[in-house]
Ligand binder design. Sequence first.
Ligand SMILES: Cc1cc2nc3c(=O)[nH]c(=O)nc-3n(C[C@H](O)[C@H](O)[C@H](O)COP(=O)(O)O)c2cc1C
Length: 204
Amino acid sequence: MNNAPYVIAVTGASAQPLAERTLQLLLQNNHYVHLILSKGCYKVWESEKGIIIPQDMNQQEIHWRQYLKTQAGKLICHQWNNMAASIASGSFNTKAMIIIPCSMGTIGRIASGISSNLIERCADVHLKEHRPLLISPRESPFNIIHLRNLTTLSEAGARIIPPIPSWYSQPKTIEQMIDFIVARLFDSLEEELVTVKRWSGNNL
Ligand SMILES: Cc1cc2nc3c(=O)[nH]c(=O)nc-3n(C[C@H](O)[C@H](O)[C@H](O)COP(=O)(O)O)c2cc1C
């Protein structure tokens, strides 16, 4: 088992397959993950994938294990409103927090320091403890409020890593595009969970 846990938060923005692959790669690589799905996230899963994710946390862990086809690593699922969870405190050590995909609502609330649910509280903790907070914002187009909130978060120390695919890697499948996006996310943590085709001058 790889040491300190990751906190993975999934919000009600489009692009749930990115969260799915992030979680799968971490577990397959024997990491310890604390997972939080926002209240809005459940609706988006149903809309995008036709999947109803269990709201009971024990059932949810079983769901992810079956759905992602891995028993590796360690997974703890948290209710979005459980403010008494271990990860809500700065004294609980973590490696990093990744919010993927991140809705504009969650971004706005983190930027305002509201901490009204476990995701926002954990993000606040990662910023105050100067631990890595990676945010993958998903909206198009951005309005000026989104851009200002992203700037605020960047100034506070968050890393803003939008889920933008590469074309130079010449992806042939959606899975290859997803892997590239997720690999770039983990590049910022110097963690290589999946091998992807990278730019190497003219020798693609
Ligand atoms: C199918 C679907 C797709 C959505 N996609 C986005 C999106 O890409 N970005 C976004 O900011 N909000 C999106 N929303 C709206 C959010 O889910 C909504 O604002 C929600 O309140 C966000 O709450 P949360 O940040 O706590 O998850 C989407 C909603 C639905 C139902």
